[in-house]
Design a protein around this ligand. Sequence first.
Ligand SMILES: [Fe+2]
Ligand SMILES: [Fe+2]
Length: 193
Amino acid sequence: MGPHRVVERAAAGELPTWAEATEERREHMSRVAALLASWSAGLGVPEDERTRWVALAYLHDALRDADPEKLRGRVPPGLTALPPSILHGPAAAERLRIDGVEDGGLLRAVAYHTLGHADLGRQGHALYCADFLEPGRTGLRDEWRAGLRGRMPEALHEVVREILGARIRHLLETGRPVRPETMSFWNSLASEG
Ligand SMILES: [Fe+2]
Ligand SMILES: [Fe+2]
């Protein structure tokens, strides 16, 4: 069975009807899509699977500009206490599930694109990196990020670990909590050696 229609349309740059995304957000999605298209080709990902990678670029932030407090009631019970800025991932995944999308790897990649998760596959890792490394995001360690971008997609495994390590360090240094999903993401990468 091929990808769901919503996924196929997203891969062509068309957002779901329920999306709430500003023009600026859509530009971010396009830049993430360009990276995912290039990386998946570079890694030799089969054509039909590349559709799923590119679709992630348009689906992951589809609810990023919705009112977080409206999203809070639409995420699974274990995630209702998340900070406002993180709810849009799980909420978009739940909305896609309602649309009939059953692609577990894709739904997990959408839901956990900010927090990370031990069960993310290669496409989830790639989205995690593309979201952080896309060139339109500026003013945050630009040279370091350009360097990481230059090592993609071959160094996907090392790059995802570097980004995640930096994020966890930042949380620790600013005295903020680290979600168990994020720690288990780290452990899943670290134990692979
Ligand atoms: Fe996001
Ligand atoms: Fe994003």
